[in-house]
Design a protein around this ligand. Structure first.
Ligand code: ZN
Length: 330
């Protein structure tokens, strides 16, 4: 198992995440950062949040509550707004002040896991953040060298182990502490490699919607039909790149094909209400919105449903077992 080491110098790369006018903007900023860090396995993004917000709020002498709606309000997420330790009385030992783990459900190829830790100590300390599978095994270990105390230290995890391979699905917990000392649990999450593509109430169309069911002209059904109300969001079941995005008036209607290079598989999403929101060549994340359930193409006589196909090197294969598995948790 590989150990990731982040030299202390990197901690100087500060991103003022907290210096945002509104909580919504704060979230968007994080998302943008997440995107920037995402495709770089082995390079955990380290973000240090400056503590200017506390100092500046006090300097200005304004009412922090009233200021929050203003253009220059400094909004600090409540969980992180702890009282600073007075400089005159440094803590005698390393002490973990808090930690946060988000989101609660991590999808491989989706928004990465973000872990934030804050500690107090007489001086810089080596911090360890460990991602552990419940039931045993360390998926990834991050060692942050000479991290500054009383600053927010953040790492991001993209779902890969130290060997670069996708981690196993399941429940995980995150522990953190001083390197060489006792680690404390700071939160948990579940990890999945796929997500169910229809994000709303859905049901099976019946035998006619199964893979291999007979179709007109001697054809057979090469996918699986998921019934849902028109307009129900359709998302990418798996991260990949858009291979085709087209309108086919005869069969598929508005359809989009997303190629999963790591799985050597194509994911087909058909009969969308309107053209997919992604262009050819674009990278889509697991769980990213592609469009809405519709009845375009030859579904116009049947009603709204998602025709979902999986194609490997041997051509299309029955996606139902996988769909059923994904549906159990997502
Ligand atoms: Zn179909």
């Amino acid at each position: 198992m590989a150990v990731e080491e982040v030299p202390g110098l990197l901690l100087a790369v500060a991103v003022g995440l907290a210096l945002k006018a509104h909580p919504e903007e704060h979230v968007e900023q994080q998302d943008r950062d997440a995107g920037a860090h995402e495709p770089r396995p082995g390079h955990p993004g380290v973000v240090v949040e400056h503590e200017h917000h506390e100092a500046r709020e006090h300097e200005r002498g304004g009412n922090p509550v009233a200021d929050r709606g203003g253009e220059h309000a400094l909004v600090v997420p409540r969980a992180w707004h702890s009282e600073p330790v007075p400089a005159a009385l440094p803590p005698p030992t390393f002490q973990l002040e808090g930690g946060r783990v988000a989101p609660a459900r991590v999808l491989y190829g989706g928004r990465p896991l973000a872990v934030r830790v804050r500690f107090s100590a007489p001086g810089p300390a080596d911090v360890r953040i460990q991602i552990e599978r419940r039931g045993g095994g360390v998926a990834r270990r991050f060692d942050l060298r000479a991290a500054a105390p009383r600053r927010l230290v953040e790492i991001r995890w993209d779902g890969r182990g130290g060997n670069g391979r996708e981690a196993r699905e399941g429940r995980y917990r995150v522990r953190a502490g001083r390197r060489g000392g006792r680690l404390r649990s700071i939160g948990g999450f579940t990890f999945r490699r796929h997500v169910y593509p229809v994000r709303g109430r859905h049901w099976f169309r019946g035998a006619i919607g199964r893979f291999g069911a007979p179709r007109s002209g001697g054809r057979t059904h090469e996918g699986f039909d998921i019934n849902a109300r028109c307009g129900t969001p359709v998302v990418a079941a798996r991260v990949g790149r858009v291979k085709r995005q087209r309108y086919d008036p005869v069969l598929y209607g508005n359809f989009v094909i997303v190629r999963s290079a790591s799985e050597r598989r194509d994911y087909w999403y058909s009969h969308l209400r309107s053209p997919a929101r992604v262009r050819r060549g674009a990278r889509v994340r697991t769980g990213q919105r592609l469009g809405s359930v519709g009845a375009s193409g030859n579904a116009r006589s049947v009603g709204c449903h998602l025709h979902f196909e999986l194609r490997g090197r041997g051509g299309p294969f029955d996606p139902q077992p996988r769909l059923r598995a994904w549906d159990r948790f997502s």
